[in-house]
Design a binder for this molecule. Structure first.
Ligand code: ADP
Ligand code: ASP
Ligand code: MG
Length: 407
């Protein structure tokens, strides 16, 4: 008998009709002989609604209480889905993260899963039950509720699949697979039949939210057979593959384009250049636990240098305050910033064996009058920082230039 973990995202369980449709689908699969563990997200919009309620009470909710609050969204859907399954004749059981011992570290709002006890789940499966597990949540060593970061139900699903050694983990969402870029931004985006875990990891971490980055890391580590599918229509979806490095010689040059809105850029100018400057500027930033992304230090001129870096937009004000505090201390000229920037990245393992990708990217952006503010490259990606209001133009132009719509 095959054991499958199926995950349904917010839109897929966004109404009573959708929950009933998911229950019908699960009953069909169960009748086909699949043992099923189901992981669900909160109903679409619910997590944002809860965040809104907290911010109506206080500007600085305690991380512990925030996780207690946000985990309620998923608790609603596990109960409703289990009721729908019971109504259809399956003795389904719902479990919160704590009830099936999804143990995490204690970093509230972005906890990492350490361990899952699968005994209870196995026992239910052996009794023919469909097991419904709340995504996005766990408990730390002391029993405090934790959450795994936005989009974290994907990670719950993959982690449960790894713990149970499931035959497949299926992520059902509101698009019918992984595309060359977000199909909501480029109408000609093409669904991929498969993508390597390495490329998907890069796309996810560069902003493609179709899978949470951590879920792809988990899948790669435990080689979990993973597929992304639509919960609205039948289809093959996209399979994540685990090819050995080097076996992807035939791979297309570029597999996809990812982008990240809501970024901000800060520059501290005219700092006397000597060993330790980067540490003196970025050390205090990292102490605030802000994630710094792209960093550029200019060649020094007359002993002075500039340092520019990007951070998530929500952290802009805090970082600006830190930098302003450093101006006098470091003898720098001034600080400036821009909180209306975005990052666009082209990703592909084919880049390893071909040159010219960066050049095509730069020429395409130049042909479209898009100014590149910062550049960052790795073996399989090139990222640029541009003005946010040119993001859609850039993604569409690059999608054309790399001929991603043609197979
Ligand atoms: P869920 O609620 O099911 O977890 P998400 O909204 O988190 O769904 O992720 C699905 C969304 O990801 C799609 O609606 C799509 O807009 C977006 N997306 C971004 N990049 C891609 C991509 N390369 N392929 C498919 N979808 C993408
Ligand atoms: N409900 C959480 C969120 O909106 C987790 C998830 O949907 O995966 O981010
Ligand atoms: Mg998601």
């Amino acid at each position: 008998m095959t054991l499958i973990v199926e995950k349904f995202g917010g839109t897929s369980v966004g109404s009573v009709e959708r929950i009933n449709a998911v229950a019908d689908h699960l009953m069909r699969k169960h009748a086909d002989g699949e043992k099923l563990v189901v992981v669900v997200s909160a109903m679409s919009g619910e997590t944002n609604r809860l965040i809104g309620l907290a911010s109506d009470i206080t500007d600085s909710p305690s991380p512990r209480e925030m996780d207690v609050l946000l985990s309620t969204g998923e608790q609603v859907t596990i109960a409703l889905l289990s009721m729908a399954l019971q109504k259809r004749g399956n003795d389904a059981r719902s479990y919160t993260g704590g009830q099936v011992s999804i143990k995490t570290d204690n970093v509230h709002s972005r906890a990492r899963i350490l361990n899952i006890d699968s005994v209870k789940i196995q026992d239910d499966l052996d009794k023919g039950r469909i097991v419904v597990v709340a995504g996005f949540q766990g408990v730390d060593e002391s029993g405090n509720i934790t959450t795994l970061g936005r989009g974290g139900s994907d990670t719950t699903a993959v982690a449960v699949a790894a713990a149970l050694r499931a035959d497949e983990c299926r992520i059902y969402t509101d698009v019918d697979g992984i595309y060359t870029t977000d199909p909501r931004v480029v109408s000609g985006a093409r669904r991929l039949d498969s993508i390597t875990a390495e490329e998907m990891l890069e796309l996810a971490s560069l902003g493609a939210k179709v899978l949470q980055t951590r879920s792809v890391e988990f899948a790669g580590k435990y080689k979990v057979p993973l597929r992304v599918l639509s919960s609205f229509e039948e289809g093959p979806g996209t399979l994540i593959t685990y090819e050995e490095e080097g076996s992807s010689m035939e791979a297309p040059l570029i597999s996809g384009i990812a982008f990240q809105r809501d970024e901000a850029k800060l520059t501290i100018r005219g700092i006397p250049d000597h060993p330790g400057v980067a540490h003196q500027v970025l050390g205090p930033i990292s102490e605030t636990h802000v994630n710094v992304d792209v960093i550029i230090q200019n060649a020094s001129e007359k002993g002075l240098t500039d340092l520019t870096f990007t951070v998530p937009r929500g952290d802009y004000d805090q970082c600006m305050d830190v930098l302003k505090g450093l101006v006098t201390k470091l003898g720098a000229q001034d600080v400036k910033g821009d909180d209306k920037i975005a990052k666009v990245s082209v990703v592909g393992v084919g880049m390893r064996s071909h040159s010219g990708v960066a050049n095509t990217m730069f020429k395409t952006l130049s042909d479209n009058d898009i100014n590149i503010q910062m550049i960052s490259t790795s073996e399989i990606k090139v990222s640029v920082i541009i003005q946010e209001d040119q993001l859609e133009l850039a993604v569409n132009a690059l999608h054309d230039a790399f001929e991603l719509d043609v197979k």
